[in-house]
Unconditional design. Structure first.
Length: 307
């Protein structure tokens, strides 16, 4: 079986993130030194196979302890934000397209043969709302009688935690079944709903609900890995837009917050006008003037071919 490079990368990173096979006989979480490092993608800390921490979970844990632990929590917060900044500035949403285990799972589900639908663009904004409210504000502001807050996104929404931690730990330890209640059933129902939606919509959770993708998207125009477009060689064939799984506009959204760097557009372009670039300079923002030049160039090419 021949794997595409991106599929192979996703598989390798998924196995790397969940390489603690000792859980099969120890029936316990790995708590070694690697758990102090944040994995770039969405992979639950409480998954028995996980070797690393989840950056979203770590961020919430730092924020929810700010009022009680203060200096210690600030140090932890700085540590987590440092990881997120480094992943963002060097990779951006390359993490989503090439590394994230939960993104990989969604793509495997999307391969189920059925009619496919396009996600309404307005829904892309939902993940930014979830990032602001459930990952940042609620953990930092709402505290319990103990003085700590709660990891609201992990507790109420995160489907990766339900799948990797909740269901797996429940199957390994019978004693946990006594703790099952409404919240667990809610999260299982949410997980199932997301999985069904992923059959019809490409990476529905990533596009609509993932706060981590929202964070990395903010770095896409700044990150080391960017896409460039040579307007003078463009044939205006629109193959790049037709093959984009997220239905993005090219070139306007090549370095926009929703591009996961799958490179489908680069690979299909007959004249290779789309290229990878390694640079920490701000990516060009394509505006109406750029597009007018593109259309004028294409018109001139067509006129020359006719003559």
């Amino acid at each position: 079986m021949k794997f595409k490079k991106r599929t192979l990368s996703q598989l390798i990173f998924t196995l790397l993130a969940n390489a603690n096979i000792a859980f099969l006989w120890q029936k316990a979480l790995y708590r070694g030194p690697l758990k102090g490092l944040c994995f770039p993608g969405l992979n639950c800390y409480s998954c028995p196979a996980a070797l690393f921490a989840c950056p979203l979970g770590a961020l919430q844990q730092s924020l929810l302890s700010l009022r009680l632990l203060k200096a210690q929590a600030l140090a932890s917060l700085s540590y987590v934000l440092g990881f997120l900044f480094l992943y963002g500035i060097f990779l951006g949403r390359v993490v989503c397209g090439w590394i994230c285990p939960f993104g990989f799972l969604q793509e495997l589900i999307f391969r189920i043969k059925t009619s496919k639908l396009e996600i309404p663009r307005k829904l892309y904004l939902v993940k930014y709302v979830l990032l602001a409210i459930f990952v940042i504000l609620l953990p930092a502001i709402m505290v319990t009688q103990t003085g700590y807050g709660k990891p609201w996104f992990c507790n109420l929404i995160c489907p990766a935690g339900t799948l990797e931690a909740g269901l797996i730990n429940l199957s390994l330890r019978d004693s946990l079944r006594a703790l099952v209640g409404f919240l667990f059933y809610w999260k299982v129902m949410l997980l199932l709903a997301i999985m069904v939606l992923c059959v019809f919509y490409f990476r529905f959770f990533c596009a609509v609900l993932c706060p981590l993708g929202a964070l990395y998207g903010l770095f896409n125009r700044l990150s080391l890995i960017k896409l460039t477009w040579r307007k003078e060689d463009c044939l205006d064939c629109h193959l790049c837009e037709k093959i984009c799984p997220l239905n993005l506009k090219v070139p306007e959204e090549l370095n926009g917050p929703e591009c996961i760097r799958c490179l489908n557009c680069l690979n299909i372009c007959p004249t290779r006008v789309i290229q990878l670039e390694l640079s920490l300079e701000m990516a060009e923002k394509f505006d109406e003037k750029n597009l007018a030049v593109k259309k004028e160039t294409c018109a001139q090419m067509e006129e020359n071919q006719t003559n």
